[in-house]
Design a protein around this ligand. Structure first.
Ligand SMILES: Nc1ncnc2c1ncn2[C@@H]1O[C@H](COP(=O)(O)OP(=O)(O)OP(=O)(O)O)[C@@H](O)[C@H]1O
Length: 231
């Protein structure tokens, strides 16, 4: 794919300040992510974690500074960005008329997966969704819907995966499986950026944390980030 001048880092935020209209939320932030790195975004409620994700995705303009993906300014409308970046944010949206399996099929086929039937089966099994595969997501529990969103994010190939509190509403067994899977994804050079309040996710799947605190960003080791969450 086309890349810009500097491709040393996959994702870079330089001197970034985030916020809304006249209201600054946090900054300056600096983040340099290489392929296969895993960074947790942590901080108290309201510190700006979701705002940062929205800014990285191009849904909100930076108040100052810049963000580059593969050496080019982020552009959510670019086909390359959408092909290479898989995102699970908040509660997502579903098509009322499609079943769980059909949602996964749509994503898998949309991303050109040749063995999409097998991939759909694998995701249904991984997330314990086989029994509800034929139902529309509107008829599922909130935890089951969260699992469908995660399955739809992880079924597709991506260089960068962005997740916003993936642990929410998952039972402990699925959380453990998910954290092991995220760690394995990094082994295959997928980069992870994950908003989380769970110290175990930091310890098991990530190597650094970006702490948003007192309107500033600070990079910590995963263990120091986990201890901050447990404070
Ligand atoms: N659309 C908006 N317009 C103006 N301010 C907003 C908007 N959305 C969020 N904010 C403010 O931005 C700040 C950061 O919100 P954000 O949702 O990024 O926090 P967060 O760290 O993700 O919180 P949480 O841990 O509760 O999910 C909050 O003070 C919030 O009130």
């Amino acid at each position: 794919m086309q890349t810009g001048q500097s491709t040393e880092y996959q994702l870079e935020a330089k001197d970034l300040t985030i916020g809304y209209a006249q209201r600054t939320i946090c900054g300056p932030l600096n983040l340099h992510l290489s392929a296969g790195q895993g960074v947790g975004i942590i901080g108290a409620n309201g510190s700006g974690k979701s705002t940062l994700i929205r800014t990285i995705l191009g849904h909100l303009p930076p108040m100052h500074g810049e963000i580059q993906f593969l050496g080019l300014p982020v552009d959510e409308d670019s086909k390359a960005f959408r092909r290479e970046v898989a995102v699970q944010i908040a509660d997502g949206t579903f098509f009322e008329e499609l079943s769980v399996a059909e949602h996964l099929e749509l994503v898998a086929r949309g991303h050109g997966l040749l063995s999409w039937q097998q991939k759909v089966e694998e995701e249904l099994e991984f997330f314990d969704l086989q029994a509800v595969a034929g139902l529309p997501p509107g008829e599922l529990s909130s935890g089951q819907r969260r699992k469908v969103l995660l399955a739809a994010t992880l079924i597709r190939p991506a260089q960068l995966v962005l997740l916003d509190e993936p642990e929410q509403r998952l039972d402990l067994r699925i959380r453990q499986k998910l954290y092991a899977r995220l760690a394995a994804l990094r082994q295959s050079a997928t980069t992870l950026l994950v908003v989380t309040h769970d110290p175990q996710l930091l310890r098991q799947s990530l190597d650094h944390a970006l702490l948003l605190d007192e309107d500033q960003g600070r990079i910590l080791s995963a263990e120091a980030g986990a201890q901050w969450l447990e404070r």
